[in-house]
Design a protein around this ligand. Structure first.
Ligand SMILES: *[C@@H]1O[C@H](CO)[C@@H](O)[C@H](O)[C@H]1NC(C)=O
Ligand SMILES: *[C@@H]1O[C@H](CO)[C@@H](O)[C@H](O)[C@H]1NC(C)=O
Ligand SMILES: [Zn+2]
Length: 308
């Protein structure tokens, strides 16, 4: 398979010169008939994809730097129920969200409002996340894309080096179905074809992500969009706690198709070099627990000294 691919890339470059047309794709979409720019050639679609601060990255947990400023994030209007539509955009499935939900705090440089969310997945529940933790790839990853609250469109926000904040969540295989995902998963069959869109039943962002208590541990670094144009304007927050889905729910995403009818699977970009960037870690509940312990130890010590 790999050899066949290499052969056809070779032949194509000999015969056609294989000039990148700006038509980008994932590796799983590349065929001899459809010579699209797979991730290694995304710089043909946009030069920024060859930048030094690209995403996703592999997070090496023994190299992260614990940062006390990475306190729990403040979510506003994440509970708000809305009726959006879900669309197969040829690379993922995407849901536009009302610009009324915001995230701030947790060391973010501003307040950011939600714009859309989309997902990256594997093949029938196989490895599919974009970020990896110590080399481990989760079956799927959710990206909730936000822009600084004073902007009105993403393309303007992307001209600001910190204009966009993406919240990334991993998924893990669980034994029981996650009913909160039914509204999304039940619509997938009707948007199999590229450009297919359909209305979603009422959902909230809060129902798709862990509880706030379970979002206190996260990683933070500066990176880029993970699709062309690969703009390096993204403040990344990658949460440690995965969202549970069962195997059938994960598999449902692998029935969606690219525009040529091929199955949309493994629609993730491979990890990019850190090039000296530091990944920070919130410490999360570990910090909370230890400071609570410290406090109670202090209180006990005080009481003991007073009772003398
Ligand atoms: C499809 O998307 C368009 C906007 O791109 C929207 O106006 C329309 O309502 C959507 N259709 C459905 C069925 O949701
Ligand atoms: C946090 O996650 C754990 C483990 O998955 C779960 O048992 C617990 O109920 C969650 N906490 C809240 C408040 O949802
Ligand atoms: Zn994404």
């Amino acid at each position: 398979m790999q050899q066949l691919l290499v052969l056809c890339v070779l032949l194509a470059s000999l015969w056609t010169g294989c000039t990148g047309s700006g038509d980008w794709c994932y590796q799983t979409q590349f065929t001899c008939e459809h010579q699209c720019n797979a991730p290694e050639k995304w710089n043909h679609a946009n030069q920024d994809c060859a930048g030094k601060h690209q995403s996703p990255v592999n997070i090496v947990t023994r190299k992260v730097l614990k940062d006390e400023r990475l306190t729990p994030l403040r979510f506003e209007n994440y509970q708000q129920i809305f009726r959006g539509s879900i669309r197969n955009n040829g690379h993922s499935v995407q849901v536009g969200v009302p610009h009324t939900s915001t995230v701030s705090g947790g060391g973010l440089p501003a307040t950011y409002k939600a714009v859309q969310f989309h997902l990256h997945w594997g093949d029938n529940g196989g490895p599919g996340s974009e970020h990896t933790i110590d080399g481990e790839q989760y079956p799927m990853e959710l990206h909730i894309v936000h822009m600084k609250s004073h902007y009105t469109d993403l393309s303007t926000a992307l001209r600001d080096k910190e204009g966009v904040a993406v919240l990334g969540f991993f998924y893990e295989k669980s034994n029981s179905a996650n009913k909160k995902y039914d509204p999304i998963i039940n619509t997938l069959q009707s948007i199999k074809a590229t450009n297919g869109n359909t209305s979603l039943p009422s959902i909230s962002l809060a129902q798709l992500i862990p509880s706030e208590q379970n979002m206190t541990s996260y990683y933070r670094y500066k990176g880029s969009l993970t699709t062309p144009g690969c703009t390096e304007s993204v403040v990344w927050t990658v949460f440690e706690k995965p969202i549970p889905l069962n195997l059938d729910q994960l598999k449902a995403f692998s029935k969606v198709q690219y525009h040529d009818g091929k199955l949309m699977v493994k629609n993730f970009r491979p990890v990019q070099p850190l090039n000296g960037r530091q990944v920070f870690y919130s410490g999360g509940s570990v910090v909370l627990v230890s400071s609570t312990l410290l406090m109670s130890a202090l209180v006990t010590a005080l009481r003991l000294s007073q009772s003398d």
